[in-house]
Design a protein. Structure first.
Length: 278
């Protein structure tokens, strides 16, 4: 019997994935495969490579919004395609990850992102059928074993509009945000484990909607509706209680503890699920 762990995105809220891993490791519950998106991909990759929880804690404790992003010099380019901010997270991760490839992971690891086929003109978000328009220009992608982990996770965390797309082997990628924040379907398709346990660290709609212009809310709601499909593809979902903004990296310890508390509360259900399928 095999089981896969799916670690979701959510920017700073995704730090709670590390708290989940801390509890699972303490209980000797090791997944046979890990899939991650955005912050879940960053944390999942580091853990899948074999680094311990203390290393994760040190790394995440050093992440602050001020040292991972700065105002872009060219934001209004090709329909906001230039990104409002320049992402500097790569500098924070380079010493640890170096040139390691996805295939170097000790635990099989999947990293997902959105591959751009054409530029997305985000100013069209007020027009009808914008979601359909977006998915004509972007497709879900899972990186292969030969891809550098650093490249893959930077692509997975390239939040549209906020950051410019990331280039990997001649292709451009973006963070799928709530449209791909819980890559449970990819886990089932690529690894086919008997059981899929996922995390839902995506900040709630009321929190995120306050950060976006009101005209964007319809598009946002469609994204949250797609999250339901991803949750249903899991046999069990660990959902930390998250009340702060996804950009509050200064709340990292709070998010970590929320993940640990949520995992602890689900331990009985997790053990029962794994034992019943054994």
């Amino acid at each position: 019997m095999s089981w896969g762990l799916v670690l979701s995105g959510g920017a700073a809220c995704g730090i709670s994935n590390a708290g989940v891993l801390q509890v699972l490791e303490a209980e000797n519950l090791k997944p046979d495969a890990i899939a991650g998106s955005s912050m879940g991909a960053i944390i999942g990759a580091i853990y899948a490579l074999g680094y311990d929880i203390d290393t994760l804690h040190t790394l995440l404790d050093g992440i602050k919004m001020s040292n991972i992003a700065q105002v872009s010099g060219n934001p209004i380019k090709n329909g906001l395609h230039g990104g409002l901010m320049q992402q500097n997270l790569e500098h924070h991760l380079r010493n640890l990850l170096q040139d390691k490839r996805i295939g170097d992971c000790r635990i099989p690891f999947l990293c997902t992102a959105g591959r751009l086929k054409e530029n997305i003109e985000w100013q069209r978000i007020l027009q009808p059928n914008f979601t359909e328009y977006v998915f004509q220009r972007v497709e879900k992608h899972t990186f292969g074993p030969e891809v550098r982990i650093l490249d893959a996770i930077m692509a997975s965390s390239a939040i549209p509009v906020l950051f410019s797309p990331a280039s990997v082997e001649g292709e451009r990628y973006i963070d799928l945000c709530m449209f791909g924040a819980i890559p449970s379907l990819e886990m089932r398709q690529k690894q086919a484990p008997d059981i899929v346990i996922g995390t839902d660290t995506v900040p709630s709609y009321p929190i995120v909607s306050k950060l976006m212009p009101r005209p964007w809310h319809a598009f946002l709601q469609e994204g949250y509706a797609m999250l339901d499909e991803s949750r249903k593809a899991c046999d069990l979902v660990i959902t930390p209680k998250l009340s702060a903004s996804p950009f509050r990296f200064d709340k990292g310890n709070q998010f970590w503890k929320a993940g640990a508390q949520a995992a602890t509360m689900q331990l009985g259900s997790i053990r029962t699920l794994l034992q019943n399928r054994a």
